[in-house]
Design a protein around this ligand. Structure first.
Ligand code: S3P
Length: 174
């Protein structure tokens, strides 16, 4: 497979980090998370950036992280759930490599996201507001090159499906 980046997108709790880490290991690639890039650069935890400076500041830091990703090649990159959901962002991600959407059922996503905790975008929102946020984001995620339905699947199975989809795309191109 060529040394193209693989970029995982999807709602909070989709498994971007855990699947991305395993995918990177299977491919012998480096694993990068945009949230980690932001924390390393800003020096504060994500929750503190939200609490002290608000969402818009965080989204600006995400834009900078997307710029910094242009230096990457052959990496597996997990993005924050809201990162692709701004004008022009999905187009920018598609320029960087193969974009894979980990699509899941909202109840399953939320159960996982809540279990892990530390999600400022879920804090203080009603279930209706969260469902609306999820609905509003789906059209953005749909811009990915590849969609993997993760419902009921374990991490190994999701990674196997991503690998199969990447191989299929590669075979179609050579
Ligand atoms: C966010 C998702 C988080 C993180 C930040 C904002 C969002 O990443 O970037 O809390 O807007 O959905 P995960 O998708 O890894 O939870």
């Amino acid at each position: 497979m060529p040394a193209e980046n693989v970029i995982l997108v999807g709602f909070m709790g989709a498994g971007k980090s855990v699947c991305g880490r395993l995918l990177a290991r299977r491919l012998g690639r480096c694993f990068v998370e945009t949230d980690d890039m932001i924390v390393a650069r800003d020096g504060r935890a994500i929750a503190d950036i939200f609490a002290q400076d608000g969402e818009e500041t965080f989204r600006r830091l995400e834009a900078e992280a997307v710029e910094a990703l242009r230096l990457k090649s052959g990496d597996v990159i997990a993005t924050g759930g809201g990162l692709p959901c701004r004008e022009g962002r999905m187009a920018a991600l598609r320029q960087l490599g193969t974009v894979v959407w980990l699509r899941g059922d909202l109840d399953e996503l939320l159960e996982r996201a809540r279990r892990a905790g530390g999600r400022p975008m879920l804090a203080g929102r009603t279930p209706e507001e969260i469902a609306a946020l999820h609905r509003a984001r789906e059209p953005h995620y749909r811009g990915a090159h590849v969609t993997i339905d993760t419902g009921g699947l374990g991490v190994d199975q999701v990674v196997a499906r991503i690998l199969a989809a990447l191989r299929e795309r590669h075979a179609a191109r050579v």
